[in-house]
Design a protein around this ligand. Structure first.
Ligand SMILES: [Zn+2]
Length: 175
């Protein structure tokens, strides 16, 4: 079984933030397969600095054929973590020392963006993380090693979030 390098937390202060991240992804993602959201919050865990979802840039309107082409899709869609970082910087918000709450586990490219943004802690949701498809696991493990090497704390919340919907691999579920 895959053992991603996260430390389990049951700190309930993360529940509303994870719910906000799921909700933002549900509402704003335009990826037909999996919707992901991310929230960047100040260390007080109250001041939200930015939201992001995995989405195509505003000027990209994919056709059905393009959406069905994995290579095309992944070359054009911007992941939730990067969208959140871009939105924070676009709004002149400081991400240095901030916390990113993102239910899933980042890819290597987003891990690099998280490190460059000066984010110090990543908080995910255990249920989503452990459901990661085996084909992604090796790459996600490398991303977590990058984050660990940069001294970024990695927590995953164990427990139910509730009152929100998620969409993963064409499947709707309640986190
Ligand atoms: Zn990514």
């Amino acid at each position: 079984m895959w053992q991603p390098e996260f430390t389990i937390t049951t700190d309930e202060r993360y529940v509303p933030l994870l719910r906000a991240a799921y909700d933002y992804g549900w509402t704003n993602s335009n990826d037909p397969k999996t919707r992901v959201g991310a929230v960047i919050v100040a260390p007080d865990l109250t001041t939200i600095l930015a939201y992001g979802a995995n989405q195509f840039p505003p000027d990209v309107h994919p056709t059905k054929e393009q959406l069905g082409d994995r290579a095309w899709k992944y070359a054009h869609i911007v992941d939730a973590e990067k969208t959140a970082i871009n939105n924070a910087h676009g709004a002149k918000k400081q991400t240095e020392g901030a916390i990113m709450v993102m239910p899933w586990t980042p890819c290597e490219s987003c891990a690099e963006a998280i490190i460059a943004a000066g984010i110090v802690k990543l908080v995910g949701h255990e249920t989503f993380i452990i459901s990661t498809h085996p084909k992604w696991q090796e790459e996600r493990s490398r991303a977590l090693t990058l984050l660990k090497g940069a001294g970024i704390e990695r927590l995953m919340y164990r427990g139910k979030i509730g009152n929100v919907k998620a969409y993963e691999d064409y499947r709707e579920w309640e986190p």
